[in-house]
Design a protein around this ligand. Structure first.
Ligand code: ZN
Length: 362
């Protein structure tokens, strides 16, 4: 069983990714999801923090439309999925569940009605912030605007509890995290985050946070991005420069994805990134082990961040290889039940617990 709590494929759809074919470049498409044995994944509607709210709302809707389109064109392969119960039914039918998340709450502007409409359209979690502080809360990379959740952010938390939407604190500042732990009646998730004690990135979770997530019946999906797994990644100055360059090439391509020259530059960059030192599957499983020790076996999962990261770890270059995590866990002595929990069941279970806390039926 494999359910992943974070992939950035919707923004790749707007960059003209054809997910019906097996792409040489890119982490996620239907053939790779099938080969990887993936039962379902959260597709995140990611809007960059620099984008003004009106543009972000429009962009989120465009990504959502593109996601609906690929599901509608391939009804025998994938379906937009609104609940864990639907996911279980899809799994029986051999259909991949596409769950919708929103990464950066900026598209809801300061309007709870827009939040409700995104929920009606299938958005089941909101990552409150990306790397910039927004109207809802402070982010890990800034953390200056509100000292945690804004007054509007408290309203958002309340409304999400009422609707049964998951509150996702990956990218949030430490203070935002603790505010949400205090104000949310429902369990909290971090859809794609790692352990700060193993890799000192400010966006990774501290031991206290991991413990608190477990105690509050929440969930952390371990991110595969090499920079969150190991501080050795990009430490070499030449490699760090290449990573900066990769970001530039990505931005340039994003502005005009139909330009063959820009696409080619992105492809070349993808090849170069595979050459630099990267952590391996075993390093990813070290984060799983660590999170399991602190949060508990029922509260850890996979949040690969495929298609949102410039390169994967060694042995996890794209989603077709995601089964390597389960294999390494088994090798370390996890039971089949525990492997299934971490590779998917825990995500379905935390979602169901959040729905159970809500006042509505989904
Ligand atoms: Zn992210």
């Amino acid at each position: 069983m494999i359910y992943d709590s974070h992939m950035d494929t919707p923004s790749q759809l707007l960059r003209l990714r054809n997910v019906e074919t097996d792409n040489k470049y890119g982490h996620v498409d239907f053939p790779k999801l099938k080969r990887g044995g993936v039962d379902g994944a959260f597709f995140a509607l990611y809007t960059p923090p620099q984008m003004a709210p009106d543009a972000a709302t429009r962009y989120a809707l465009e990504m959502l439309s593109a996601t609906y389109d690929i599901a509608d064109r391939n009804p025998d392969i994938a379906a937009i999925t609104f609940s864990p119960a639907e996911a279980a039914k899809n799994r029986e039918d051999g259909i991949i569940s596409l769950f919708i998340g929103m990464e950066n709450g900026s598209p809801i502007q300061e309007n709870l009605s827009l939040l409700r409409t995104f929920y009606r359209l299938g958005v089941s979690y909101v990552t409150l912030t990306h790397n910039g502080d927004n109207a809802i809360a402070d982010a890990a990379s800034e953390g200056k605007k509100w000292n945690g959740l804004s007054p509007f952010g408290r309203e958002v938390v309340k409304e999400m509890n009422k609707l049964g939407m998951m509150i996702d604190l990956s990218h949030a500042s430490d203070k935002t995290f603790w505010d949400c732990m205090e104000f949310s009646k429902a369990p909290i998730i971090a859809s794609h985050s790692c352990c700060r004690s193993l890799c000192g990135h400010r966006r990774n979770l501290t031991d206290d946070m991991l413990k608190a997530l477990g105690e509050k019946d929440g969930y952390v999906g371990i991110n595969f991005y090499p920079a969150f797994i190991s501080s050795r990644f990009g430490e070499d100055p030449a490699e760090a420069a290449l990573l900066d360059k990769a970001e530039e090439v990505d931005q340039y391509w994003r502005k005009c994805p139909s330009d063959p020259e820009r696409t080619e530059a992105w492809h070349k960059m993808q090849d170069s990134l595979l050459e630099i030192w990267r952590p391996g599957v075993s390093d990813v499983v070290d984060h799983i082990d660590y999170a399991v020790k602190l949060a508990g076996i029922d509260h850890v999962g996979l949040g690969s961040d495929f298609d949102g990261i410039c390169v994967g770890p060694k042995g996890l270059e794209d989603v077709s290889k995601i089964g390597a995590v389960a294999a390494e866990m088994s090798r370390r002595g996890y039971s089949k039940t525990d492997v299934d929990k971490v590779c998917g069941q825990n995500l379905m279970d935390v979602w169901q617990r959040v729905i159970n806390c809500s006042e509505l039926e989904r």
